[in-house]
Ligand binder design. Sequence first.
Ligand SMILES: [Zn+2]
Ligand SMILES: [Zn+2]
Length: 757
Amino acid sequence: MICEFCVKAILASGKPWGYHQKILSDLQTSSACVFCARLLQDVEERRATSSPPLTNAANWPLHRWSVRRPGRIRESADAVIVTFRPTSHDGDRDTGQHDEQPAVETALPERAFYLFPEEDLGHVPSQQELGVTTNLEDSGQQIKKWMQKCVTEHKYCRRHHSGDFVPTRLLAIGLPDQSRIRVIETKRHGIKGPYVTLSHCWGKDPLIKPLEITVQNQKEFMEEGITWDALPENFKQAIEVGRFLGIQHIWIDSLCIIQGPGGDFHAEASLMHQVYRNSYCNIAAADSPDCRGGLFRSRTARDVLLARYKADGTSAIFEHKAWRVVPEDFWDAELLHTIIYTRGWVFQERMLAPRLLHFAHHQIFWDCATTSACEALPSGLPQPLDTTAGTDRHWRGRLQESDSLRHRPLAGAADDSLEQFWKAAVRSYTACELTKGRDKLIAIWGIAKLVRDALGEAYGPGLWERNLEEQLAWRVVECEADGRPEEQSHVPSWSWASVRGVVEVRDRMLRWRVVRGHEGEPIAFSLVGRKPSKRVEERSDSWDEELAIMSQHLTKMEKKQQGGREASNHSTKKESQSKEVAEQGQTGSHAKADGDQPPKLQSISIPIRGHVGAAPLRRDALGGRWTLEIPECPEIGEEDGTLEVFPDVKPKFDDLGGENWYFVVLASSRLNPNNEVVSAGGAHAHGGDEKDITYTYSGVGITLKPAERDRHFYRTGALHFRGISATMWTRMHTTYCKETASPDEYKDAEGLKFWLD
Ligand SMILES: [Zn+2]
Ligand SMILES: [Zn+2]
């Protein structure tokens, strides 16, 4: 519902904005109001986490509300947006007392709600239709409707389930004797599917582990079966859903992969992406922290029904229509923030399954490659709120057909490229909590494999072969960890899988390779069973031009390139075709060489030749940003560009005592005053040229610390710079850390020969 105050003062007021004059006690009394309840929840969370406790909070908070109706663009739904922005009691004026009394208001989030005309939302269920639980009696009809529509009408969802892949083992759930559930070997019984799958949390407490199949009990589980009562609640209810859908088999990890010593976890875990990708429907126990929680929930209609506002015409914006309120973050808050989707392991299950039934706290959610819906909005999410779910659906569809990944241009619309998908996938994946002891890389391997097969390029631990220079400069978005997690200590420091926290991968767009591998080749990791390919370089469109600029250091290289340049001048048109062929050929050989197994590194060390510099790390007092103080360069202001360090783990106090951090620039672009990348030109790589003054440099690098072995380094952070002057750029390359390096190890033009571990 919406409280009388919010109706009168906001919706029916006819005004575009005003103050929500409600202090804490008022909010508490109107906690049934969709707006007030959310604001109250934010305030309470803020109070619970603030230390010291907030004083003088009696006349707090105050929100400024605004109502706006965005212009309609073609098919977008008609909507009105009501926004609540926390503000201080003096209105918008800044009191300037932030230091003594932190502005509590700023810690409260802004909240937005969408109001949609009821008539545009399709069928909106009544309280009675929803029923008081999410079990099959109350919600089964809706599940059937979604499934029916998807199977018969969704062109994009129908083409799968070819039966090409069947998991090694399945549970037979369609047999007449339902008191026992048998594990069956699909090959031996000639089972082809279809089957459903279960996504669930195992729980943190080892004492309440789900029932497992082991070497000891497998004979019993296969011959006599498991008694119904022995099954945990999650399994029982998932089996009920599977039967309800008319499916005879279900795949549950703990009962279909032989666990413990002598089991086949390693072989089967790398097949997991196939299991979920070929599932008829994935059933997610979204609200259950461990195996006992089950899928079904009881609920009150108020938890599910969308608040309704029947406008009386007093406000022109709302006319006489009936409206429904949906919080802007509805999909995130109700589904993606449920217990299960905070777990990293489940990320690929959600992306790879062709359709999903998520059993959440208040209602069931539906997802396929065509529709994202829930019981409150069974026809689907209205367009403006469908962004996250819509992107996921798009990729769910494309990952179903990895062939289509290949046939589409890789550099299409910016948000449609595989690169963008990978970037988004890493970001959401690293935002999840990873269960201790489980390999972070295995849990994203299923997605990586499909992308790899489509890109036709080698995949190392979380990074791709091409333009590894930029990729090595991934950053931890908000560095809060004190150290790298112990359980990932086998992962090299240059992989983001070695750190905690949300990770952002760099776009691969920079043109200048500032460093090279030892042999003059691009920097590369070495995989077991694969030679580093030179193809990588051929794909970089203007590489040969860039190389000329960097001439100093590679005369040998240049000669090689000239041959290539002449060849490519003749065949600009054909180039793209031959690239595609090369890619496909590559893919084929990958599939044979590596199959479904994640790649293994031959060595964790990446050989590099580059200018390792040293500079003190400083913290900018206002913004809290980390920066390197490049020697003999004046401190840079905003107008001089930015140079920022993103540490992998929180720098300790010692690191700030003027101690030097090692760093190396990996790739950069030179920009003219119009911010265009200057790709050609014979300017000296190390600046100093008069003309060069007007150019700026943008690029990436990493910070380093010495490892145990001589001339080996660990990565400690990312270094990103934008719009810096030629002087600064030059200094970054001449702050050499020559130290004790011999002439063979260190050359003025090429820098130091070192390894990144
Ligand atoms: Zn209210
Ligand atoms: Zn569908």
